[in-house]
Design a protein around this ligand. Structure first.
Ligand code: MG
Length: 303
């Protein structure tokens, strides 16, 4: 029954998780929160992560009721993400692996999100919609996506926004410019409210995502859809996806903020799958990379 410890720190969240054979034993997390209206810079974020990572490690072990001897493998986020935070977390993972004499595994962050979603929901062979907020630059008090979701609930009027779907690709180009320019005028004339704009933004962008997910499901004959990534905890997105799935006789799987927002257990879980499949990351290859596509990973642990 291997137990894997996972370190995640590719953006403003730092998490340490422990997973043993499909059970999340611990998953503590801290978020680097900056002043409203400002984003998080790589150097400051890395400093935050360095300051709390050892406390989190202790917290995770205590919560799991394990000692270093019970851990079979150390997994960490290799990428993609912000360079400085990734590097500061990887240094700790490498150090811990050497101190405890455990094998090391570099995990793709996106694969972590997908494996976590599969574990928590029990989806068998889902079409996966991975949707993440990244570096959204809107007032971050407490977080941009959450603020938009709450304001959208009070919106009533649907404003026409650019809608671009080409095959399986979506383009969000033009939406921000529209909101900034034309929408400013609309607000001045009282034609719509900020709540209406948040509502319209969600309805438009989510409709694009639901459309391509449905197209993928139709092509693959898929009967399951799984939403992962931080935006996956948006209840309106889940509602729209559920409606689409219901019309197709398919089932929707989604998780809540504990598991779809960046966390350590998702890296531990992907690491657990990799560990069982015989993967190991030699020390000389245990670096990080800011660019690391999901399809660069050879997934040998699934058919
Ligand atoms: Mg993420």
């Amino acid at each position: 029954m291997p137990a894997v410890l996972g370190f995640e720190g590719s953006a403003n969240k730092i998490g340490v998780g422990v997973v043993r054979d499909g059970t999340v034993l611990a998953n503590p997390r801290r978020t680097y929160v900056t002043a409203p209206g400002t984003g998080f810079l790589p150097g400051d974020t890395a400093r935050h992560h360095r300051a709390v990572i050892l406390d989190l490690l202790q917290e995770a072990l205590t919560e799991a009721g394990l000692t270093s001897q019970d851990i079979d493998c150390i997994a960490y986020t290799k990428g993609p993400g912000m360079g400085a935070p990734l590097a500061s977390v990887a240094v700790v993972a490498r150090t811990v692996a050497q101190l405890w004499n455990k094998p090391l595994l570099g995990v793709n962050h996106c694969i972590g999100h997908i494996e976590m979603g599969r574990l928590i929901t029990g989806a068998i062979s889902p079409t996966v919609l991975y949707v993440s907020g990244g570096n959204t630059q809107i007032s971050n008090d407490p977080s941009p996506g959450y603020n938009i979701e709450q304001m959208a609930k009070r919106g009533k009027k649907l404003v026409d926004l650019p809608y671009t779907v080409k095959g399986m690709d979506v383009s969000f180009s033009g939406i921000l410019s529209f909101i900034e320019d034309a929408a400013q005028r609309m607000l001045a004339t009282g034609e719509c409210t900020p709540e209406d704009l948040c509502f319209s933004l969600q309805e438009t962008v989510f409709a694009m995502l639901v459309e391509i997910t449905e197209r993928a499901m139709a092509h693959c004959g898929s009967k399951e859809a799984l939403i992962v990534g931080g935006v996956g905890c948006n209840t309106r997105l889940q509602e729209m996806m559920a409606a689409m799935c219901q019309e197709r006789g398919a089932q929707l799987f989604a998780t809540d903020e504990r598991f779809c927002i960046d966390n350590g257990a998702m890296i531990a879980q992907a690491g657990w799958e990799m560990f069982q499949a015989g993967h190991r990351t030699p020390l000389r290859e245990s670096g990080i990379t800011q660019r690391y596509r999901t399809d660069e990973v050879e997934v040998t642990w699934r058919d």
